[in-house]
Design a protein around this ligand. Structure first.
Ligand code: ADP
Ligand code: MG
Length: 249
């Protein structure tokens, strides 16, 4: 092995470019065989390092975001759910809606992909280093309630208000009593016209009165959520049932 090769390995190791070390031989062979230019060879080699770092970065952002899974837009079968327009979802992943401080509401029955799409947009945001956090509505309320009891509500509200994108999943699966609805309202009000929020719900807006058990509060929440929002109404079959049927056949 010639000494400049050894030197290169040492340099790469010194620079902690582990992937480039690991893929050096293969890249050099490929480059020789296909007569790649020096620049193309370097692009190919550096891409190995970037790919792994991006994956690591995404993994840590995803950890911070507390997403329920790693599902992305590419994993969504748009043919199965024609009421969801792919271009629209892809537009969300440009994060224009976050720049414009707009909200997104996914409305529809169980299993149609609300959580999947909300997560996919959240992951797209996290990948672009936009502070993002995913939480189920019940958990959020539990946290706010606990904070109130422990006299640290203001801090907790500020904490949830700081995320550039907050995803509140499953509004309406369980009823929320009036005191809890007030806490939820406070957070929505703090984020109103300042930060973007994605909400998912299986309950039509008209029935939010029942979810929050107080029509005034429900209206105040809806008003703020919907003022600058895109509502994606998903009308279709549950993907969970599709899987189930396929397994049986
Ligand atoms: P919801 O939140 O509306 O109840 P989910 O997003 O949790 O539904 O979807 C249920 C399961 O089905 C998840 O595993 C999700 O990834 C998957 N899924 C739903 N819709 C689709 C789709 N159109 N293409 C691929 N997977 C889907
Ligand atoms: Mg869901």
């Amino acid at each position: 092995m010639n000494s400049s090769y050894q030197q290169l390995i040492r340099n790469l190791e010194y620079l902690k470019l582990k992937q480039m070390v690991q893929n050096l031989d293969e890249t050099v062979d490929f480059s020789t065989k296909n007569q790649l230019s020096l620049v193309d060879t370097l692009v190919k080699l550096t891409n190995y390092e970037i790919d792994v770092r991006e994956k690591n970065m995404i993994n840590s952002m995803v950890k911070v975001g507390a997403f329920p899974h790693l599902k992305e837009v590419k994993d969504f079968d748009f043919e199965f759910q024609p009421s969801v327009k792919k271009e629209q979802i892809l537009d969300f992943t440009t994060l224009r809606f976050i720049e414009n401080l707009e909200n997104i509401v996914f409305l529809g029955p169980s299993g149609v992909g609300k959580t999947h799409l909300a997560t996919a947009i959240g992951i797209a945001a996290a990948k672009k280093r936009t502070s993002t956090y995913f939480i189920k509505c019940n958990e959020l309320i539990l946290q706010l309630k606990r904070a109130k009891i422990e006299n640290r509500l203001e801090n907790r509200l500020k904490h949830y208000a700081k995320y550039k994108l907050l995803i509140i999943d499953e509004i309406g699966y369980l009823p929320i009593d009036k005191e809890d609805a007030k806490l939820f309202f406070q957070l929505i009000d703090l984020r109103y016209e300042k930060k973007s929020t994605i909400l998912t719900t299986n309950v039509n807006f008209k029935a939010w009165d029942e979810v929050f058990q107080d029509s005034k509060l429900a209206n105040a929440i809806l008003d703020r959520v919907l003022h600058h929002a895109t509502v994606i109404n998903i009308i279709g079959d549950s993907y969970r049932i599709k899987d189930h049927l396929e397994k049986e056949n």
